[in-house]
Design a protein around this ligand. Structure first.
Ligand code: RIB
Length: 321
């Protein structure tokens, strides 16, 4: 073991808070997704724990962080199963509320043989999440990051970002599913992580190449976030900060299911940054983790552990843009 590894191993795990959705994913494995008016037969139906908040919490926990999750599930079998999964990953889910009137969120997902997915979410209890600001304040004090997405009400995303910002905790936002962001949210976000579709929607211009992504990333930085990462699927990612933009090529893998690849990327990136790694090293961790994720079916079962990421291939060298 090198001296650097020995020192890192002795550091306490970074603490990360996640505020977001929990869904039970109903995964339909199909040869091809149905077009308008078309009926297709599925090869299999799988019930898999998911939801962007839950997935990102699991991704952070499997990268070695101590994770506090805030969300809302129904008082039903799906909700109980999701909590059991969080327990298995050592995630503190005392901040996950139980709604006795509305059922747990559900996502209907078709996954084609190419690994391409299509997702429709029924928010259920996620849509009635109400932030306990006092409890979140306790979790973000001295934490390495607050991770947010957009499958809960925007008012609660804004409130959570406000609490973390006031506590001096970095706010990471993954604006998915994409929707217009309130002006008040932009200055509260430190690190914005978007895919090419979300980047294009936020910036109002298309993103087809790493150069496009760099241009859009800088435009988004001017709205508030000091660091912006645009993921480009199998093509890798573009990282932008005050020093400029870098293109990080992706890893070539055989994808079977891309579900939760973005969540896995974000979790690995968040934990690396919370450990004090530079942005480019954190992006490389994200690329390695998400490359492993897409080789396995389902959301949370496909999210890799830290050891697997550490033993996986390194992405090709990055280049300035
Ligand atoms: O990001 C993947 C997730 O999106 C799925 O697990 C599904 O639940 C939806 O929230």
């Amino acid at each position: 073991m090198t001296a650097v590894t020995a020192v890192t191993a002795n550091l306490p795990p970074p603490r990360i808070a996640v505020v977001g959705s929990l869904n039970m994913d109903l995964v339909l494995q199909v040869q091809h997704a149905p077009g308008p008016g078309e009926t297709v037969l599925a090869d299999a139906l799988l019930l898999v724990p998911g939801g962007k908040g839950g997935n990102q919490a699991v991704a952070c926990a499997r990268q070695g962080a101590q994770v506090f999750l805030f969300g809302r599930v129904g008082d039903d079998g799906y909700g109980h199963t999701l909590r059991a999964g969080l327990d298995a990953d050592g995630i503190d889910h005392r901040g996950v509320q139980t709604d006795t009137e509305v059922t747990t969120g559900v996502a209907a997902i078709t996954v084609e043989t190419t690994g391409q997915n299509r997702i429709v979410v029924v928010p259920g209890a996620n849509g009635r999440f109400m932030l306990n600001a006092e409890a979140l304040r306790g979790s973000v004090q001295g934490a390495g990051g607050l991770v947010l997405q957009l499958e809960i009400p925007m008012s609660q995303v804004l409130a959570a970002a406000d609490v973390a910002h006031a506590a001096g905790c970095p706010v990471l936002l993954n604006p998915s599913p994409i929707q217009p962001l309130p002006d008040a949210l932009w200055p509260l976000v430190n690190i914005l992580v978007v895919n090419e579709v979300e980047a294009a929607a936020l910036a109002g211009q298309s993103v087809a190449t790493p150069a496009d992504a760099a241009q859009v990333a800088q435009a988004l930085r001017s709205k508030g976030p000091a660091q912006v990462v645009v993921t480009l699927g199998a093509a890798g990612a573009v990282a932008a900060d005050a020093t400029g933009c870098r293109y990080h090529p992706g890893l070539v893998v055989q994808a079977v299911d891309t579900t939760a690849a973005g969540d896995t990327f974000l979790g690995a990136l968040a934990v690396a940054l919370a450990r004090g790694e530079p942005l480019d090293a954190a992006v490389r961790d994200g690329i390695r983790a998400s490359a492993l994720c897409v080789t396995q079916p389902g959301a949370q079962p496909s999210i890799p552990a830290r050891a697997a990421v550490a033993h996986s291939p390194q992405p090709p060298a990055w280049s300035p843009l």
